[in-house]
Design a protein around this ligand. Structure first.
Ligand code: PLP
Length: 397
């Protein structure tokens, strides 16, 4: 019998939770991190978190902001002063010509992606996502009932997308293509010709293009391009973050470059979910983009050294890994071990106390990989690479 509080009746004390959230898979990266955190002496190569501290001048700016009274809400899309600085940066660095009203400041690149996806797609739509790709994209699509459709980043082509394959996946339900260059987890940096091909495809089929460029500064070979620079229709929504280049993962600040119209809608989304980004983080971000940039070059040089240390340790041991041109991730092919990626990561953790991320979390067909995150200190990298190579040798024999 129904009651006022329980109009549908039934004896269950509590209703089931919403499938939209309950059915989001747990990130395999966080899953392995949780297991690793119960153990001592683990070398953490699973999470994409720079081991550097935020540069001192940025922290000082945050302290000053607190003293200056930046302790209140800001406008939903961010402080006007920060949006103006970002519009300037977008014009000069990325070649994206938009007004400050086309920039939305978000709590991290992750919420920037969600703002883009939730604003342009609705339940029943499809969005093309990269595989292997950052798992949060598919988590987000699932929350709103959007179906992820995967295009492949193939090791044979250096983990670049095949525009013809993308075209074959498009139908009347397709709403957007999402790209991520430099790529997590593949480390590929898409060349200009590929990016222009994808933008043309989006134009031909009237699709939005979400371009996640949170690793724009971390490039070892090749050059980073922003397809938003070639767009004069408002088709490209570009996602950026302060997390990686400025070692600011905990400050939770990123931004989206888009049109004023889309930005107004982001503001409504933001108002309903988070109101705004922390005012102190926004002032810190202003210091990050106006202050000295040399810390980025120093970090990138260290990441490149780390990459090369791992590659030469693996080459000596006959282990196959793919050389990344950007970001700070490397995929390792574990096909010849006979282990699935979760079993591999758990066994490696148990036997060698090294945590890496299982490939399956990056897409349904990525179980033959594990991902190594190399944004660490050199000592951990040398030792971690040695232990992984040893484990691989034993596992395949
Ligand atoms: N996009 C990609 C590809 C990422 O790897 C990450 C974080 O790891 C993000 C976006 C979001 O980063 P944040 O929310 O810290 O800005």
């Amino acid at each position: 019998m129904g009651t006022e509080l329980d109009p549908e009746g039934g004896n269950d004390p509590l209703k089931p939770l919403s499938d939209n959230v309950v059915k989001i898979p747990r990130s395999g990266i966080r899953g392995i991190m949780d297991v690793a955190e119960q153990m001592d002496d683990v070398i953490h190569l699973e999470v994409g978190q720079p081991h550097y501290d935020t540069p001192a001048h940025i922290k000082e700016a945050a302290n000053k902001a607190l003293q200056d009274g930046y302790t209140r809400y800001t406008p939903n899309a961010g402080l006007p002063s920060l949006r103006a600085l970002l519009a300037d940066k977008l014009r000069h660095i990325n070649g994206i010509n938009i007004s400050p009203e086309g920039v939305a400041v978000t709590p991290g690149g992750v919420f920037a992606c969600a703002s883009a996806l939730f604003t342009i797609a609705k339940a029943g739509d499809q969005v093309l996502l990269p595989e292997p790709g950052w798992p949060n994209y598919s988590f987000q699509t699932r929350v709103i009932g959007v179906e992820p459709v995967y295009y492949h980043l193939n090791p044979a082509t250096g983990f670049l997308p095949d525009v013809d394959e993308m075209r074959s996946l498009i139908n009347e339900r397709t709403r957007a293509i999402l790209i991520n260059s430099p790529s997590n987890p593949c480390g590929s940096v898409f060349p200009e010709s590929v990016l222009r091909g994808i933008l043309d495809l989006a134009r031909d089929h009237d699709l939005y293009l979400i371009s996640d460029e949170v690793y724009e500064d971390i490039v070892y070979e090749g050059k980073h391009y922003s397809p938003g620079a070639w767009d004069d229709e408002g088709r490209v929504l570009t996602v950026f973050s302060f997390s990686k280049a400025y070692a600011m993962t905990g400050w939770r600040i990123g931004y989206v470059a888009t049109t004023e119209e889309i930005c107004k809608n982001f503001s409504k989304f933001s108002e309903s979910m988070v109101s705004c980004v922390s005012s102190v983080s926004q002032k810190a971000a202003e210091a990050a983009i106006t202050g000295p940039q040399d810390s980025i070059a120093a970090m990138v040089a260290q990441y490149k050294r780390n990459r090369d240390i791992i590659l030469s340790a693996f080459a000596e041991a006959g282990v196959v890994a793919y050389k990344p041109a950007g970001a700070f991730y490397m995929l390792l092919d574990i096909g010849n071990t006979g282990l699935d990626s979760y079993t591999f990561t758990l066994k490696l953790l148990e036997a060698k106390h090294v945590a890496v991320a299982p490939g399956l979390t990056f897409g349904p067909q990525s179980d033959n990989y594990v991902r190594i995150s190399f944004c660490k200190d050199e000592e951990s990298i040398v030792e971690g690479a040695r232990r992984i190579a040893e484990f691989m040798k034993a596992a395949r024999s």
